[in-house]
Design a protein around this ligand. Sequence first.
Ligand SMILES: [Fe+2]
Length: 350
Amino acid sequence: MRFDSPRTILQGAGSRHQLHTYIEYSKKILIVTDSYLASSGILPKLDNAIIFSGVQPDPTDTNVAEGFDLATNHHADTIIAMGGGSPIDCAKAIRHRLGKAQLIAIPTTAGTGSEATPVMVITDETAGVKRMTRDHSLLPDVAIVDHELSATMPRPLTAHVGVDTLTHGMEAYVSQKRHNLSNSMAVHCIERCHKYLRRAWLNGNDMEAREGMAIAALEGGLAFGNSSVALVHGMSRPLGALFHIPHGLSNAVLLAEVTRFSFEGAEHLYNEIAAFLHLKPGLNNLIQYLENLNRDLEVPRLRDCCNNDLDLFNQLIPKMAHDALASGSPANNPRVPTAEQIEAIYRAAW
Ligand SMILES: [Fe+2]
């Protein structure tokens, strides 16, 4: 068993103000972010930093190349990633190509947990595929989890990344790569989602709930970064690549149907998850919970994310099933599906 995490994790309101401690010896810094955050005025103001704000949602290999050129020309020895999963993943790829540079991740959405994982997802534009890479060198050195940064997340984003967080906890817990320490993180991630997700969605200024979800996201990242994600994430990436559904939402629309399929592969583990969610055991209770959660948080249906274009969806199902299997994530699922079974789950989730 092995458990990896950032060297340092700062957590708490205002912890972002301790950033300077970790860049004391940095000569040149590249801040990787998106255009929204760049214009928001919350980026750290540093004399020796330049800003790369060209990261798009679902970062591409082109974004990475651009950021890498900037970092090289600037001789950056520190990369600060600030934003949701997209800037953080892009920064991981840039640091990976640079070789030696310190990576500090400051998440502004409570969701992906990317600040604490050795995993990134970068879209290969030529192939039309979202590629997941896992490598120890991708793990950020420092993660600064300051939930004050997530307080302005709008309701839909809170819902989508929140259900993604729950998905991380559940998938890590049932994964074939589960182990004792990843389980500890997964259990607390799931329990915190149960306690805080609805509250954070109902009232974005409920700072106790925002903090709860920020910690849940961190725990979810530590859980699946050391265990793995599974079939939900395997099936969601093709939806992101082909229909441009954001990461969190693409998982949220699949979670219930994938759980229905996977349950028989690890009944006792899913029943434990039901208990963490204060439910009685049984598939139906768990499915009901997940469906109610999506309904209450106003998560759209898959069909709404695909412009209700069933013909196009059906046409792309074989490619999506193929790409899902090729990603490797379904092999970690407690019940390993065939391509035909994945196709059936896509149809059921529609
Ligand atoms: Fe995720």
